[in-house]
Design a protein around this ligand. Structure first.
Ligand code: UN1
Length: 510
């Protein structure tokens, strides 16, 4: 069976036929009349499908549809809005296997990670359904007699969601599930590399919307950079949630800021693991291998750097080398495979260029470094023994590939400083059995990242916490905790239930 036929078979299992249409608005599916997108299988290099991207007019229709729906949706009680998300979770549970396999096929992550991605969607839906009964404000003591002051959270408006290839469906769900219960319809612009995943997900969303009389809450506009720019510049979208590169995020943020809109940015990371002298090396090794090799190093949370204490450095490096030798590379849907292909030939080129730079700057290749001779974008996961960080600028860059730089340090203090000395600030971890080291790492002068873990790796966060990071990661927070507040507008409301009109600050007037 060809890969394109396999895609068709998986989609058929989900009850989906004919996936050329790249636009889904309030009125249904349309073949986008913008430039066609080609979905290419990273495992074979063969075409999976062609999808028509949205033209500007089609994009406008989708945004107008979301606007129309907003006026009704914001007035539905939040727990009733939650029913839509519950219906989506039902669809996702039913089709978890097929959608997970489609993610593997089109994006290249292994089956278990594809299924994990769909599970992450289900989890955030469950969270959002509960949240729909918990969207709460404060009551605040008023200085004026017989006055009540309170804070309420209202729906914000239609929002734009731009997602990346590496989590082609989960990141939409983080935004779309929370936004929907917050009262905001969403227009989704997925990565041009993974249109099939987004089309399949939208079909499941269609069924949930049909069951809840909610057409137009979730719509889809496939496309490349154009629809992202349209969203960024579009005053009809008070919030744009953008996941992608720091360079692209900067453009989006600037364009959104020019119109005084809100952006929620999730722009990658350069994540480190610190291994202290008293670390459990077994745990550390497993966590580092999953962090660096999982998803072929193409998570924004992937582990890219290790700072190992001199006392454990050599042993850790040896354990990593041995563990890397057991990693089976190949078809991400095949049994036992732990690493699939990179997304595209350009990613293979970036991998090779980074390794060339690493070696030119004094890094020593411990293992990997080669391109695998077969169809598709396969490389070997690489470990590089790194010279001191100030002489090794390549490690300050995020290369979306399975390359791990291992540094030798003399203290946790030195490791924390080196860990923080990069532009990004997404995820971080320390392996230690010392309370002092752990607390030092978690203190205000410790890790400067949005995520800081003790005795677990940098990737694979759960949805219950707020997800995101600082500095060049963009500062946004998505998913759990109170990340919902980004999708709502805050209103301070004061009610005078007395017969006088006292003014605040004791001002006398009239
Ligand atoms: C991403 O790579 O864009 O924490 C998201 C993780 C996943 C999400 C990654 N839950 O690795």
């Amino acid at each position: 069976m060809s890969r394109a036929e396999l895609a068709e078979t998986i989609l058929a299992r989900m009850g989906i036929a004919g996936v050329g249409d790249g636009v889904r608005d309030e009125d249904g599916w349309r073949p986008g009349s913008g430039p066609a997108l080609t979905s290419t299988c990273p495992t074979s290099g063969h075409e999976l499908a062609r999808v028509g991207a949205a033209s500007r007019d089609e994009y406008d229709v989708a945004v107008e549809g979301a606007r129309d729906r907003f006026h009704e949706w914001r007035m539905r009680p939040a727990p009733v809005r939650g029913e839509l998300v519950r219906a989506l979770a039902r669809e996702l549970r039913e089709h978890k296997q097929a959608l997970g396999e489609l993610v593997s096929l089109e994006m290249g992550k292994i089956r278990s990670e594809g299924l994990g991605e769909v599970q992450e969607m289900i989890d955030v839906c469950d969270f959002a359904v509960g949240l729909s009964r918990q969207l709460h404000g404060l009551t605040i003591a008023s200085e004026r007699p017989k006055h009540r002051m309170m804070e309420q959270w209202h729906p914000l408006g239609p929002i734009g969601i731009v997602t990346a290839f590496n989590f082609p469906v989960a990141v939409w769900a983080w935004n779309a599930a929370i936004a929907a219960v917050c009262g905001d319809p969403c227009v989704w612009k997925p990565s041009p590399r993974t249109p099939l995943c987004s089309i399949a997900t939208q079909h499941l969303a269609d069924r949930a919307m049909a069951a809840c009389d909610a057409e137009g809450v979730w719509s889809l506009v496939c496309g490349g950079a154009d629809p992202s720019r349209w969203m960024a510049e579009d005053p009809r979208l008070p919030l744009v949630s953008f996941t992608g590169s720091t360079a692209a995020g900067r453009e989006v943020a600037a364009a959104v800021a020019r119109r005084l809109g809100r952006s929620l940015l999730e722009l990658g990371g350069n994540n480190a693991v610190i291994v202290a002298e008293d670390a459990d090396l077994d745990l550390a090794t497993r966590a580092i291998v999953f962090g660096a090799v999982g998803t072929a190093g193409q998570r924004c949370t992937s582990t890219r750097r290790v700072f190992a204490h001199a006392r454990v450095h050599d042993e850790l490096l040896e354990r990593l080398r041995r563990a890397y030798a057991t990693v089976k590379i190949g078809d991400p849907l095949a049994e036992g495979v732990l690493m699939g292909p990179l997304a595209a030939p350009s990613a293979v080129a970036a991998y090779l260029a980074a390794l060339r730079a690493a070696q030119a700057q004094g890094g020593v290749l411990v293992c990997g470094g080669g391109v695998i001779e077969r169809e598709g974008n396969f490389v070997e996961p690489a470990i590089v023994r790194a010279p001191p960080p100030d002489r090794f600028p390549i490690a300050r860059e995020e290369t979306f590939a399975p390359i791990l730089y291992v540094f030798r340090v003399e203290s946790v203090e030195e490791a924390i400083a080196a860990q923080n000395a990069v532009a990004h600030g997404l995820s971080s971890a320390i392996f230690t059995d010392s309370v002092r080291h752990a607390e030092r790492f978690l203190s205000p002068g410790g890790s400067d990242c949005g995520i800081a873990n003790v005795n677990l790796g940098t990737s694979g966060a759960e949805i219950g916490g707020a997800f995101g990071g600082e500095k060049d990661t963009g500062g946004g927070r998505e998913s759990g905790s109170d990340a919902w507040k980004a999708y709502m507008r805050r209103q301070t409301a004061t009610v005078n239930w007395g017969g006088e009109l006292p003014l605040a600050q004791g001002v006398e007037f009239l």
